[in-house]
Write a protein that binds this ligand. Structure first.
Ligand SMILES: Cc1cc2nc3c(=O)[nH]c(=O)nc-3n(C[C@H](O)[C@H](O)[C@H](O)COP(=O)(O)O)c2cc1C
Length: 373
């Protein structure tokens, strides 16, 4: 090797080394802890004192479809709030009846009630509409009370977990605890049973069906936040971390892909491949049902779901909602035919034990962005 060759090769090696260490450090970033450390939980506004501000920050950690965070809060007075739904955050293509919006708002209300009780407040909730498109949904009356020993930590540490589930059945005691947290409206279909296989199939088939619906994909694309700048600007939607596109693949998507790529065949093929792999993991399926489809039924079901998700966090159990089969007509028909009359499935959840529960990664809007005074 002559001197020129040697210099060229070592320059390339330096660039590769520098590049890969940059890539690696950019893979390791954690936007959630950067933007939402516990210090950011403190604050106050003209109408919200520090405790109420914190309670609403904890509430905002609730799960929601596409992480759209469809809630708003009107502060009528210090002790009377109205939790409502923000029409800019609905998902009309996949959730035309606002069923999922109501379930997500229910999870948000559950977090308010739990966080408030830890800060020494009792919250009385009243559903004030029968229309899931109404901007005002739940009235909250807040009064001082004894502080309860409720874990705020599990609200912070819960997340949707989609991979690395262990494939062993849930213990009966865990299923019983889950059943208690959803007031008995729960069915468990263990891995390896015919029914679990049917659910696997419905999850995959309806995911594939939905990937072909241009408008549903356009809606998904509008909630995708591939670029860190977008994620920081909007603090909602689906980031690469939230979609569990990790490591180098995540780095590549963040730097070289755009919303319009969500509409490509290559992107949907990757998604389908991932879903097929996901349904092979885990302990099977949990289905949370409701007695009806009224706003009250859906808000209560969202609250129950969140109670169960928090219990699951304590138990190191992953919960992964897979909703396409409840959104697509074909899936709705098949799921209905395979469950008893009067049993209305509201959540289809893959479930499984984990060796390690991953840190939460999805972002949330600060309180000021969803509180209306
Ligand atoms: C009603 C509802 C439906 C959901 N459906 C899906 C789904 O079909 N697939 C999925 O991967 N996650 C689904 N999720 C999980 C959300 O994407 C997740 O809660 C959101 O991105 C915030 O992330 P986090 O739960 O980790 O905080 C759903 C959540 C809710 C409340």
């Amino acid at each position: 090797m002559d001197r020129r060759d040697f210099l060229k090769k070592s320059a390339a090696a330096t660039i590769v080394t520098m590049g890969s260490s940059l890539i690696l450090s950019s893979c390791r970033r954690n936007l959630r802890s950067e933007l939402m450390s516990i210090d950011n939980f403190s604050g106050k506004t003209e109408k919200l004192d520090e405790n109420f501000y914190k309670i609403l920050t904890y509430a905002s950690l609730a799960p929601s479809g596409h992480n759209s965070q469809p809630w708003s809060v009107k502060i009528i007075s210090a002790n009377e709030w109205i939790v409502g739904s923000d029409s800019n955050r609905w998902l009309p293509e996949v959730d035309g009846s606002n069923r999922e919006v109501m379930l997500s708002i229910g999870a948000f209300v559950e977090n308010i009630v739990q966080a408030a009780s830890s800060f020494g407040y009792r919250v009385e909730t009243t559903i004030i509409t029968q229309n899931s498109f109404d901007p005002d949904v739940v009235k909250l009356i807040i009064s001082k009370s004894k502080s309860l020993d409720v874990s705020l930590q599990r609200i912070v540490a819960r997340r949707t977990v989609k991979s690395h589930m262990l494939s062993k059945e849930l213990k009966i005691s865990d299923v019983n605890d889950f059943s208690k947290s959803v007031d008995g409206r729960l069915f468990y279909f263990p891995v390896g049973t015919d029914h679990a296989r049917l659910m696997d199939n419905e999850a995959v088939e309806n995911y594939i069906l939905q990937s072909d619906h241009k408008k549903a994909m356009e809606e998904l694309a509008s909630w995708v936040r591939f670029k860190d700048n977008d994620a920081k600007k909007f603090r909602d939607g689906l980031t690469t971390d939230g979609m569990e596109i990790t490591g180098l693949a995540g780095w590549y998507v963040r730097h070289f892909m755009d919303k319009k790529d969500v509409m490509t065949k290559a992107f949907s093929d990757k998604g389908i491949e991932k879903i097929r792999a996901q349904v092979k993991e885990g302990a099977g399926w949990l289905v949370i049902t409701s007695d009806g489809n009224s706003v009250k039924d859906l808000i209560e079901t969202g609250r129950r779901f969140q109670r169960m998700a928090l219990t699951a966090r304590e138990k190191m159990i992953a919960i992964h909602p897979m909703t396409q089969a409840l959104e697509e007509k074909q899936g709705q028909k098949n799921i209905k035919e395979n469950h008893g009359a009067g049993m209305i499935p509201q959540f289809m959840l893959r479930v499984g034990y984990l060796n390690k529960y991953p840190d939460p990664v999805s972002l949330r809007r600060p309180v000021e962005w969803f509180v209306k005074t």
